[in-house]
Design a protein. Structure first.
Length: 498
């Protein structure tokens, strides 16, 4: 990033020497303005809005201290680096007390100036990171409000413009969602999303961008453009595809849409495409197109429902797993197959009524299983387990499951994997757990996680996204919806009450 610098000294030759002293651009600065008059400098600074002002501390008319006080009222983020002679040391100390970054003793040499600029660059970079982090958090909460339907369509555009500086020209819009291998790759993801917007701006200068974080290593971008940019050219994707693949980032992109009232639908499209990384094992760009999701595999749901015994169900699942890979099923389709298998298993063994079977959401399955192969491996093993127990007392089994949840609630835990450890049928264990505890395995796990989250929201300085990851939810939006469903209040609102 390049920062703007302004140089002010009442001696023009000093200004000239400072400009020529080093390669400013190579150090990440561009000289926005120079001045030898403090009154003129105030006017130029208001116009140029520099990040750094390198300024003499004593000048005729308005001193450097007075200039700093006046400019910081208008631009509180501007950094002042003062220059002073030994005889003006008390002024320099006073400048730092009033908010100056540092002071340099005249005559200013190259090494002294370079060292000071390194410190300024570090401070500005950290400040910008904090600003970006705060802006992303505001955008995240705003997007969550939009997706939850808590913001009327008519006021959505106004809120976006005011809080996210998002000023679309009537659409169309696209949503892009990025998932990264590295949960700490936030800066890289933001850079890639911003680069995507730059590529679009080559075709349409009216592009507007809103970026926020939806989980660990998960970010979203709402992209708005003018009416004439109805589609994104293939060349715009090719220019960044290789970078995304090299950095392990999967980018899901929705189809274009024209009304913010359709935001939720197209967010799901983008999320659905970003999840294709879990299915294919490959990073890159996945653009939503009707009919590309492998929905034809949903006929497997009917075939699963028609099986009459476990051997038939297990054999069918082996065939379904192969078809999912070959035909490119998306995670939503696999979730439908998974849930129907669990329901059919319950019908066959009779341990649970069909209405008592708890479904797993796509988010939960992606959190539980690293890939579809592992999901089908565990699912096939689960439906082949005998229904009865293997010598352990019912109470002892349930006590062990409760300990497992207490120890590992923030890790990947599924009823099928725990049942396999005890050589039990998953439906039998589900029925047994509910019988002994009064609630389902899933309900107990969720409530254990959310209880810990509530403690962290009240007593820690962790961000909302950090808390979400700490209790086992990589997707903050999913965590927020669950928290509000179970607790009757959103995590953000609970934090405001502390």
């Amino acid at each position: 990033m390049t920062y703007k610098v302004m140089i002010i000294d009442d001696e023009p030759w000093i200004v000239k020497d400072l400009v020529a002293m080093l390669d400013w651009e190579a150090r990440g600065f561009s000289i926005a303005a120079v001045s030898s008059d403090s009154t003129e400098a105030e006017r130029l600074a208001a116009k140029q809005a520099p990040d750094l002002i390198l300024c003499d501390i004593r000048m005729p008319g308005m001193s450097g201290l007075e200039l700093m006080e006046r400019l910081k009222r208008q631009h509180p983020g501007v950094v002042f680096l003062f220059m002073s002679a030994y005889s003006e040391f008390s002024y320099a100390v006073r400048a730092v007390q009033l908010g100056a970054f540092d002071y340099l003793i005249k005559p200013v040499g190259t090494g002294m100036l370079e060292a000071a600029l390194d410190r300024v660059t570090s401070a500005l970079s950290e400040r910008n990171r904090e600003r970006v982090k705060a802006a992303a958090m505001r955008n995240t909460l705003l997007m969550l409000e939009l997706l939850d339907g808590g913001l009327p369509h008519r006021s959505a555009a106004g809120r976006l413009a005011k809080e996210a500086l998002f000023r679309p020209a009537g659409g169309p819009y696209r949503l892009a969602i990025a998932h990264a291998d590295n949960p700490h790759a936030g800066e890289r993801i933001q850079e890639r999303l911003a680069l995507l917007a730059d590529r679009l701006a080559e075709d349409d200068p009216a592009v507007s961008l809103m970026i926020g974080q939806s989980g660990a290593g998960k970010w979203f971008a709402l992209i708005g453009s003018s009416d004439r940019a109805s589609r994104i050219r293939p060349s715009s994707w090719r220019s960044i595809r290789r970078q995304l693949e090299e950095e392990g980032i999967a980018l899901g992109v929705s189809s274009p849409f024209t009304g913010l009232d359709r935001l939720k639908l197209h967010y799901r499209e983008a999320e659905r495409m970003a999840r294709m990384r879990w299915m294919t094992g490959r990073a890159g760009i996945y653009v939503y197109r009707d009919g590309r999701s492998g929905g034809a595999l949903l006929d497997c749901v009917d075939r699963i429902r028609m099986t009459s015994h476990y051997a038939e169900l297990g054999a069918l699942l082996g065939n379904v797993a192969s078809r999912c890979v070959k035909e490119g099923a998306d995670p939503d389709t696999i979730a439908a197959i998974y849930n129907e298998t669990i329901r059919q298993s319950a019908r066959l063994d009779g341990w649970l009524k069909e209405q008592e079977v708890e479904e797993c959401s796509v988010e939960e399955l992606l959190a539980l299983y690293p890939n579809p192969d592992k999901l089908f491996e565990e699912l096939i093993a689960a439906v082949r387990k005998p229904a009865g127990q293997d010598g352990e007392s019912d109470s002892r089994i349930v006590a062990e499951v409760l300990r497992e949840i207490e120890r590992n609630y923030n890790r990947r835990l599924s009823l099928t994997s725990i049942a396999a450890k005890h050589y039990l049928n998953a439906n039998y264990l589900s029925q047994l757990f509910k019988q002994k505890t009064g609630r389902s395995f899933k309900q107990h796990l969720v409530e254990t996680r959310l209880a810990r989250a509530a403690e962290l929201l009240q007593d820690s300085g962790m961000t909302l996204q950090e808390i979400s990851g700490e209790v086992g939810y990589d997707d903050y939006f999913h965590f927020s919806k669950l928290f509000k469903k179970y607790r009757g209040i959103s995590p953000a609102d609970l934090r405001k009450m502390r």
